[in-house]
Design a protein around this ligand. Structure first.
Ligand SMILES: Cc1cc2nc3c(=O)[nH]c(=O)nc-3n(C[C@H](O)[C@H](O)[C@H](O)COP(=O)(O)OP(=O)(O)OC[C@H]3O[C@@H](n4cnc5c(N)ncnc54)[C@H](O)[C@@H]3O)c2cc1C
Length: 448
């Protein structure tokens, strides 16, 4: 497919957000009788399936301590469930399993999930938690657990499969997806700040509205638009913290066990839910007996994954300490030599599995030696920024929360069509200077 000379809505990035936006835009334009051949064009620099979406763990959940994130996720989880087959979603449930330090926050999450009608069960107290877990997974043995939040409509999907599912939905709704077309510059003309065209490696394309959905590559467009490299953040006492870098990177450590995922069933004969544990219990190496964590919070997650043909999971990410401008994003994900799970990850992951379930004693023997994980680009408070700049440029910067956000494209398409979304309002860039920050939880994960 060749590059058209102009289009109405031009989207940079063929990951979950670019394609979900394209899909929803096409549906809405068609409903109004306004969809034309080049109404919606997506530019993807390599191929669909080469970005963060296609290396994600694929977990879809509602559990967030921040009310605004929960509302956003409830909307997105509906999109997953309504399009489960096309998007490879498996509604196996999600269990957030916690020690005492997380109890109060998790109780708030549960009560607020009830208020927004998100289906979950909350178990409190060590013996009730143990009983609940053993009824489902008889060899459960994690100690120090005092609350369990069990979300029923959550689950996981295939990363590449979902990315391809979005591509198919967007194309069949009428979007033009151009692979191998890299946006290299944004052009403003007539003395206006608005972007009138995008230069690419295949020529120039004019547009009326631009949506930047470039995932970890977002900072390139931020720089071209001459947006600030750092922000000042208003503190609760009214003072400001200056010069907080706008972008930084986190590296996610993930891995897999070489086992048959179909052989893992609950006592009720169902697929395992996604299991996420946050605790300050001592974690001892299942291999050497050495202490891995003591007197500190740690967390990890796992799921038998039918798409990867194993058990897949990960632990809390580490910060990439280089300034964002010095981080090499390419080659990305599993192709990167720089950002791979550190040597300590294998022991932590397999020991944490043995900490949870007796059958995983000695499971390090089944750990797959392969490349995994990837980096994510995060904002100053590590929550998404969804906002419009320069009159006609919408930027989707999901701060690496985004595989689960299948519905962001729906809300963004509303916004570019002129209907502001209440759900997206708490994610504006102005929140830093206004001090309208999201509350922070006790979780060891930066995204809970
Ligand atoms: C290891 C890992 C595990 C994760 N696990 C989860 C999880 O379990 N659950 C969850 O909710 N989130 C998870 N995430 C986060 C999630 O994957 C991302 O937040 C989300 O996929 C970002 O989607 P995106 O569409 O913004 O970016 P991407 O999927 O990266 O898509 C952006 C696309 O833009 C293209 N592009 C970039 N620059 C240009 C250009 N100049 N011209 C044209 N195209 C361009 C890229 O090639 C890419 O295909 C994980 C992330 C990582 C790295």
């Amino acid at each position: 497919m060749s590059l058209p000379s102009k289009c109405e809505y031009l989207i940079i990035g063929g990951g979950i957000h670019g394609l979900s936006t394209a899909w929803h835009l096409c549906k809405k334009l068609a409903n109004k009788g306004q969809l034309k051949e080049d109404s919606v064009v997506v530019l993807e620099k390599t191929k669909v399936g080469e970005g963060a979406t296609s290396v994600a763990c694929g977990i879809v959940r509602n559990n967030y301590y921040q009310p605004a994130m929960r509302r956003l996720m409830a909307h997105s989880v509906n999109v997953w469930n309504e399009n489960a087959e096309a998007l490879t979603f498996r509604r196996v449930g999600y269990m957030q399993i916690n020690s005492q330090l997380m109890h109060e926050g998790m109780s708030e999450v549960y009560h607020q999930q009830k208020e927004i009608g998100y289906d979950s069960t909350f178990i409190e107290g060590a013996s009730d938690c143990d009983k609940y877990m053993k009824e489902m997974l008889p060899d459960w043995q994690a100690q120090g657990i005092t609350s369990v939040l069990h979300e029923k409509n959550s689950g996981y999907g295939a990363n590449l499969g979902a990315n391809m599912g979005f591509k198919k939905l967007a194309e069949s709704a009428g979007a033009k997806i151009l692979e191998g077309v890299e946006a290299t510059n944004l052009i403003s003309s007539n003395g206006s700040g608005a972007v009138s065209a995008v230069e690419t490696n295949q020529g120039t394309i004019e547009c009326t509205q631009l949506v930047v959905a470039a995932g970890p590559w977002v900072r390139k467009f931020w720089e071209i638009l001459e947006l600030p490299n750092s922000v000042k953040i208003k503190q609760p006492d009214g003072s400001y913290t200056d010069e907080i870098p706008m972008w930084s990177y986190m590296a996610l450590e993930e891995g897999e066990l070489e086992v048959d995922p179909h052989s893992y069933k609950t006592a009720q004969g169902n697929e395992y839910p996604v299991i996420h544990v946050d605790t300050e219990s001592t974690l001892v190496s299942n291999k050497s007996g050495d202490v891995i964590h003591e007197n500190e919070m740690w967390g990890f997650y796992y799921k038998p994954d039918v798409y990867r043909n194993g058990i897949q999971g990960g632990s809390s990410p580490y910060d990439v300490t280089k300034p964002a401008s010095e981080v090499s994003i390419d080659p990305y994900g599993h192709k990167s030599n720089e950002f791979q799970p550190r040597a300590s990850f294998e022991d932590k992951f397999t020991s944490a599995m043995a900490f949870c379930q007796k059958q995983f004693d000695g499971c390090h023997a089944k750990y797959k030696k392969q490349k995994a994980g990837g980096i994510g680009c995060v904002t100053p408070d590590r929550f998404p920024v969804f906002d419009q700049y320069r009159e006609n440029v919408y930027i989707i910067a999901d701060a690496n929360h985004g595989y689960k956000m299948a519905g962001v494209g729906d809300l963004v398409s509303d916004e570019v069509l002129g209907n502001k979304s209440d759900i997206l309002e708490p994610f504006r860039f102005s929140r830093y200077e206004e001090g309208k920050l999201h509350p922070v939880s006790n979780s060891p994960f930066p995204w809970s």
